[in-house]
Design a protein around this ligand. Structure first.
Ligand code: SAM
Ligand code: SF4
Ligand code: SF4
Length: 335
């Protein structure tokens, strides 16, 4: 059975946030003044276990689920994450399993992630210049070189690798070309993400957004004309463009060119709530059903009932909406 929402969008992707904790404090995601020692991170017994995450995934496979993305917070901080990947892989050999990471622990984990059955990894890297990197991540414990080593390692062992760069005006615009040149030379696809108004703590202003169109103009000067790549899957979040030599840049333009019409993503927070939009203000409790002994049929029915009512299109309505200060945080729901 293919499940569709109120706008006829199927449920194809599940993003699982495995932890709300992180070893970075990126200023656009977890500003330290809000995510300091006083922040109430989830206690251990509120986190879904790996068995519970796998159970929810199993419940959704008959409804058309095709892809899983493990995220957070920083997913590589959760202990024995490879156990979860093994369990998910055990459900279905054709399930596409990806993970998004800040890359600080990737060099050490890449081989075991691959062995456990991970297909792809998306690494977030916003600067090659060390001072800019440290000021964006608001930590000096890691370096861009370490992230690059992780990317090289993941590529060399056959994991699919993409890099994500969030661009915030005045902070890392000067990094766009160095990053583009670096990843073009490595043959690793790079995607630029517009700074989004996700959550309530990152002091988002439209003036801080560098649009995908502006980034393409900059890249054109350096790489030559960019042409749109044909035949992209509708649910792909990044618009891809090719340079004359065939290298592809991606652009995730959630602010200036929203893609809600093709959004097939549900999100499962680390404490077992389903969210139907990145900008949602509330989730739907699934953990209680799990902990009351619900079957995969029960969980599938509960999520199907949530999904059929889904009518979210936040990014398309952004300009017309009153700003809300109760949106869920990105580090909690998973990017
Ligand atoms: N910690 C991991 C990481 O950074 O890759 C996974 C979680 S993080 C929330 C997932 C993605 O969301 C990252 O690529 C990050 O750059 C992006 N992100 C976080 N806050 C954002 C914002 N305000 N606007 C755009 N992208 C954002
Ligand atoms: Fe952590 Fe990722 Fe958010 Fe940065 S973007 S603070 S690495 S969760
Ligand atoms: Fe999907 Fe919500 Fe983002 Fe639109 S705003 S693409 S519905 S997550």
């Amino acid at each position: 059975m293919t499940l569709v929402d109120a706008r006829n969008r199927p449920l194809r992707d599940l993003r699982i946030s495995v932890t709300d904790r992180c070893n970075f404090r990126c200023t656009y995601c977890m500003p330290r003044e809000h995510f300091g020692p006083q922040h109430p991170f989830l206690p251990r017994d509120e986190l879904l276990t790996y068995e519970e995450m796998t159970f929810v995934t199993a419940s959704l496979l008959p409804l058309g689920l095709e892809k899983i993305r493990l995220t957070g917070g920083e997913p590589l901080l959760r202990k024995n994450i490879t156990t979860l990947i093994e369990q998910l892989r055990g459900l279905d050999s054709s399930l596409d399993i990806a993970l998004t990471t800040n890359g600080a622990l990737l060099f050490d984990h890449a081989a075991s992630l691959k062995k456990a059955g991970l297909n792809r990894v998306t690494v977030s890297l916003d600067a090659l210049d060390i001072d800019t990197f440290h000021s964006l991540a608001d930590t000096t414990n890691h370096t861009p070189e370490l992230i690059l080593k992780g990317i090289e390692k993941a590529t060399s062992i056959g994991l699919g690798v993409k890099v994500n760069t969030v661009v915030k005006k005045g902070l890392n615009d000067a990094e766009m070309l160095p990053l583009a040149e670096k990843f073009e030379s490595m043959g690793v696809p790079l995607r630029f993400i517009e700074f989004m108004d996700v959550g309530n703590t990152n002091a988002w202003h439209m003036e801080d957004v560098v649009s995908g169109a502006d980034i393409r103009r900059l890249l054109t000067h350096r790489f030559g004309p960019l042409t749109p790549v044909q035949g992209q899957q509708v649910s792909e979040v990044a618009k891809r463009y090719k340079t004359p030599t065939g290298y592809e840049f991606g652009f995730i333009e959630s602010v200036t060119s929203p893609f809600c019409g093709d959004c097939t993503r549900a999100r499962l927070s680390a404490n077992g709530q389903i969210y139907t939009c990145l900008f949602a203000t509330k989730g739907h409790d699934v953990k209680s059903i799990l902990r009351m002994g619900g079957s995969t049929q029960d969980i599938g029915d509960a999520i199907a009932s949530i999904w059929t009512k889904r009518n979210d299109r936040y990014s398309e309505e952004r300009g017309a909406r009153e700003p809300s200060d109760t949106k869920v945080e990105m580090s909690f729901i998973g990017g």
